[in-house]
Structures are given as C-alpha cells and as structure tokens.
Design a protein around this ligand. Structure first.
Ligand code: FES
Length: 157
C-alpha cells in the first residue's frame, strides 16, 4: 500500500529498493513526496487497476436518498446499508447514480460543495452527467448504476 496517499500502489517502495521504509517515510516528510505522488498517479497504474477495481454497486435495489436531497445541477454522496453512491441531478428531474469508488486507484470520491465529484487522493474530477473523467489521472468513467424514482425516494441498484 502507498504510504503517501493510502492507494494500493506499492510502486514508491519498489522504485527505490535500496531505501529502507523508514528512510522512504523520512524522505516523503522532507519534501520528496512529489516522486511518490507521481508514481501513484501514473497512467500505467490507472490502466492496470481500473478494470480490477470493485465499483461497490448495491447488492440489491436500495433506498439511498430523498429526491429533494439532490440539488439541481449538483451531486450528493448517499450511503445506505454500508454502500455509498454518488447521486447527481445535472438537469431538473434527471438523476444518475455513479460509483463512489475512483477508477484511478480505488479511493472514495466526494461531492465537492455538492457541485462536482472529486477524488481526494490524486485530484481526479468526474462529470455529474456521465461520470466521465474531466481532470486528474483517472482515465475511466465512474460506473453508473440503475436508478429508479419511487415517490419521493431514489432507489439505486
Ligand atoms: S485514486 Fe487517484 S485520483 Fe482517485
């Protein structure tokens, strides 16, 4: 596991085989973190892991949120029964549910100020309309899950 950001990459250690773990941590603390972050954020890692990342789909249709909770033009992160999803409403009355698991290296994404979908690990940004990456190292869209409006509730899965 990456000691810098918590991602699954072991590259920062394997790229410096002569460096001890303690020395590596010290080097990161001393400002060499850019090297480790670059290793975690390489497109090679993205290609290697995106297909193997579990998107965390609800096991069955699940009541995730109230329709009124999702701002028009925005996004919320909804959690129910141990599963989190990103629910968006890009235009009034149009809803989408996307995985909350970043396709870069599997970090949990967040709803930045209820406007954008952002990953805190390496700063990928995803579209609220189709989950497509719009910035950062992620190259693959967030998977979309089936969504159904039942009354004033949003069911996902
Ligand atoms: S895990 Fe790297 S940007 Fe999300």
């Amino acid at each position: 596991m990456c000691n810098t950001c918590g991602c699954s990459s072991a590259k920062e250690i394997t790229e410096n085989p002569g460096m001890t773990r303690r020395a590596a941590v010290g080097a990161v603390s001393a400002g060499a973190g850019a090297l480790a972050l670059t290793a975690c954020g390489s497109s090679m890692d993205s290609d290697a892991t995106a297909a193997s990342i579990d998107p965390g789909a609800p096991a069955e249709p699940t009541d995730m949120a109230a329709v009124a909770d999702v701002p028009v033009g925005g996004v919320i992160k909804a959690t129910a029964q141990g599963t989190s999803v990103m629910i968006t409403q890009p235009t009034e009355g149009t809803f989408h549910a996307f995985s909350s698991v970043c396709t870069h290296q599997g970090c949990q994404v967040n709803a930045q100020k209820e406007k954008t979908i952002n990953c805190p690990c390496h700063a990928s940004v995803f579209s609220t309309e189709d989950g497509a990456p719009q910035g950062g190292p992620a190259e693959t869209a967030l998977p979309e899950f089936p969504l159904e409006i039942k009354g004033d509730r949003i069911w996902v899965g």
